[in-house]
Design a protein around this ligand. Structure first.
Ligand code: NDP
Length: 240
């Protein structure tokens, strides 16, 4: 499979790259910065898995940059099977409504919700080309969501984060309807509480475990019988 991953330089994104490479897939790793420090781990994977990894510069908040990244993939590799929208920020954590910086809230929407929207807008033609190659049963868009985006899991704090993930889940549902006839599956996946910069040191789960689970879900074929396309990384339905 040819898989495109955003936010690929650290955390879950980096683990998704590693997991995909181990399984023999071709991975396009999109990163906000291509400075040596930022892509050090990816460079090491690139050397280890020769010919399987391409690093692409892309800031999900900059539409021109997303458009150029899609052009770069189109020019050289022609198509994709799976897009994983993983990049996100968790800002204004634990603030009360009175303390919130509204500009920071807008920034969270720009990355977490509009980011995946820009990516799908510009990468859909590349994904549709994959359909013509008939490399796998279904193409897929995977939006990495969060249990913080379940309406039934509302808690005080993390206002922008929870709201951006609820909105991301709606994007998933809308795309699922729009892309049904193309046989492109669309899913929101809650990855679990992971030990990353975002999840913190006390998180119980390693991102590599989640990444392996997500690839297993993709490779085993996505079941379309669920009412909503929101699951966890083991395939269990989440409350919307
Ligand atoms: P991290 O904070 O560890 O990594 C976030 C990634 O997103 C980084 O690669 C970062 O790049 C990238 N990113 C941020 N802004 C942009 C941007 N404008 N353009 C491109 N890339 C950007 O997060 P995690 O790995 O923990 O989280 C991965 C996903 O899992 C997210 O969608 C998150 O919401 C979700 N999630 C995580 C949980 C956890 O416990 N960790 C729990 C539930 C959901 P850079 O290094 O350049 O900043």
């Amino acid at each position: 499979m040819k898989v495109f991953v955003t936010g690929a330089n650290r955390g879950l994104g980096l683990s998704l790259v590693e997991s995909g490479l181990e399984r023999g897939h071709i991975i396009f790793a999109a990163v906000r910065s291509v400075s040596d420090k930022q892509i050090h781990d990816l460079q090491q994977l690139k050397e280890k898995y020769e010919g399987q990894l391409r690093i692409i510069h892309m800031d999900v908040t900059n539409e021109k940059s997303v458009e150029q990244a899609a052009e770069a993939v189109k020019l050289t590799d022609q198509y994709l099977d799976v897009i994983i929208n993983n990049a996100a920020i968790l800002n204004e954590r634990d603030k009360t409504i009175e303390e919130l910086d509204i500009h920071a809230c807008l920034q969270a929407f720009d990355v977490n919700t509009l980011g995946p929207m820009r990516v799908v807008k510009h990468f859909l033609p590349v994904l549709r080309r994959g359909l013509e190659q008939k490399t796998m049963t279904n193409q897929a868009v995977i939006n990495i969501s969060s249990e913080a985006g379940s309406l039934s899991n509302a808690y005080s704090g993390d206002y922008p984060y929870g709201m951006t993930k609820v909105a991301l889940n709606m994007l998933t549902e809308k795309l699922k309807v729009y892309l049904k006839d193309d046989d492109i599956d669309v899913l929101s996946i809650h990855p679990g509480w992971m030990k990353t910069d975002m999840g913190g040191e006390s998180a119980p789960k390693l991102p590599k475990v989640t990444a392996d689970n997500i690839f297993a879900v993709i490779e085993n074929g996505l079941e379309d019988e669920q009412r909503f396309a929101f699951i966890d990384d083991t395939g269990t339905p989440m409350d919307i």
